[in-house]
Design a protein around this ligand. Structure first.
Ligand code: GDG
Length: 444
């Protein structure tokens, strides 16, 4: 995490150097003892043997937990060796924590790859403060219960090794509390779970972005150049989307929605460019390769059916963009079209809004993204409703500038007031205040 100088009030900037523990793609030999360290943090690599990592990361994490939590249960694969590898990998992370940890250290564990780690740390270090943050949706109990009993109990108990457990939205909090009650019998009072001699707070912390960085980039010359060039070379109206290649992001539904728009509103033929950037991700998994092929074919079909020698409706790129290109496109676009079928939060929509220093542009956002709960001024759509997507594009294109400003400013203010630094501070403050807060609530 990088911190800007302006945010001296940030929790981390008042602390000792951060010890960052993370998986290393390079082996110990390849890394050759190289250590990454600067004034603010020091990195400690965790080496996971290739076979373990395949079953752990591609297996348990991406072939099971990811599809289950994103409501794609038919893609979930339940293999015993996945869970064994998951335990082994979490233990390797624990071993590294064990080498680095100091009395009084606060440990912040991130995401679904490490759900067993908080409890492992708790058992050996009962007095250290531990936080856990879950970046993807925590699913309804009916999906969670598809996991074998031993696995789901290990996950709930593993997470509850923390003092504070954070999710993006209240819905995910409620889902987790229900799982904790039904899987392990833990009741809660006002989102505090009682674990014998300690309490765990379960709460929502909607993750955010570095608002000032995106807002400030508007005037960056490289960003302005991309903006100017895109506006000059693309059509009158520009729609933009960018996501990792993933079935949860609703890329195919978006394409169907755009096709319906072209069918229903022919007045825009020759006047709209849909710039769709898909960033390669997990492309060793068969499901992702198949999806990529389908996207390629659909884009080809749409361009062939509607385009002509002067106009190509979809400009499609399957590779990542540089930061100036990304913000250049955020600020050149009339519409950001964000249609996930499920998304823990979705940062792209927040970045789009923060980048719009000109207070123009329309955000079309899926109700299935955690961010929709904060960004009610967007045009909220159901990504499965193809007609709804088409109508929202039409509404966005016709929205008066004044109305765009009103909606955009309301969203910008909200993101500015709760940026990623506020998010971090919020989480750490709750960890530090846990016991006092609990005592106070008991009096109420
Ligand atoms: C997970 C959850 C949750 C993407 N392409 C390029 C690029 N990006 C950057 C975006 C944004 C990030 O990657 C993507 O964040 P998202 O939130 O949209 O999605 P996930 O990767 O699925 O993240 C999600 C998040 O965790 C945080 O908790 O919001 O729900 O799934 O920052 O800007 N950046 C550049 N070029 C690209 O081509 N420079």
């Amino acid at each position: 995490m990088s911190l800007t100088a302006e945010r001296k009030d940030s929790f981390f900037s008042k602390q000792e150097k951060i010890q960052w523990i993370g998986y290393s793609e390079q082996t110990e030999e390849e890394l050759g003892g190289l250590s990454i360290e600067n004034d603010s943090f020091q990195v400690h690599p965790v080496f996971i043997p290739e076979q373990v990592n395949e079953d752990y990361y591609e297996g348990f994490c991406n072939n099971l937990i990811w599809p289950l939590c994103h409501y794609f249960p038919y893609l979930a694969r339940f293999e015993d060796h996945y869970f064994e590898a998951y335990k082994t990998a979490n233990k390797l992370f624990f071993d590294k924590v064990d080498q680095v940890i100091q009395p009084g250290d606060t440990i912040w564990v991130q995401d679904y790859q490490l759900m067993l780690l908080p409890e492992m740390i708790r058992q050996k270090y009962p007095d250290n403060k531990i936080g856990f943050f879950f970046h993807i949706p925590f699913p309804s109990y009916e999906l969670f219960r598809m996991l074998p009993v031993i696995w789901r109990k290990a996950i709930v108990d593993g997470i509850l090794g923390a003092d504070v457990v954070g999710f993006h939205t209240n819905d995910y909090v409620e889902n987790f509390l229900k799982a904790a009650r039904l899987v392990s019998g833990y009741g809660n009072k006002l989102h505090y779970v009682h674990m014998g001699n300690r309490i765990v707070k379960i709460d929502s912390f909607p993750i955010s972005i570095d608002y000032e960085k995106f807002n400030g980039s508007y005037d960056d010359p490289e960003v302005a150049e991309v903006r100017d060039q895109s506006r000059a070379s693309l059509m009158e109206k520009i729609i933009f989307s960018v996501d990792r290649l993933d079935y949860s992001k609703g890329i195919r539904h978006r394409l169907h929605g755009f096709t319906k728009f072209l069918q229903d509103y022919p007045q825009w033929h020759g006047k709209v460019s849909f710039v769709m950037v898909v960033v390669p991700s997990r492309d060793t998994i068969e499901q992702y390769q198949f999806m990529k092929m389908e996207i390629d074919q659909t884009v080809g079909r749409i361009n062939a059916a509607y385009g002509d020698i002067y106009w190509q409706p979809i400009i499609y790129q399957y590779r990542s963009m540089s930061y100036p290109e990304l913000v250049g496109m955020y600020t050149a676009s009339d519409v950001a079209l964000i249609t996930p079928l499920r998304d823990g939060m979705n940062l792209v929509c927040k970045e789009f809004v923060a980048s719009r220093k000109d207070s123009q542009g329309v955000l079309i956002l899926s109700e299935m993204a955690g961010a929709a709960q904060e960004l009610g001024e967007a045009l909220i759509i159901n990504p499965f409703d193809i007609n709804g997507i088409a109508q929202a594009i039409q509404e966005a294109f016709e929205m008066p500038a004044q109305e765009q400003t009103k909606r955009m400013d309301a969203m910008r203010e909200r993101i500015r007031d709760y940026d990623v630094f506020a998010w971090t501070n919020d989480f750490f403050t709750q960890m530090m205040m846990l016991e006092q807060e609990y005592e106070r609530l008991k009096q109420v």
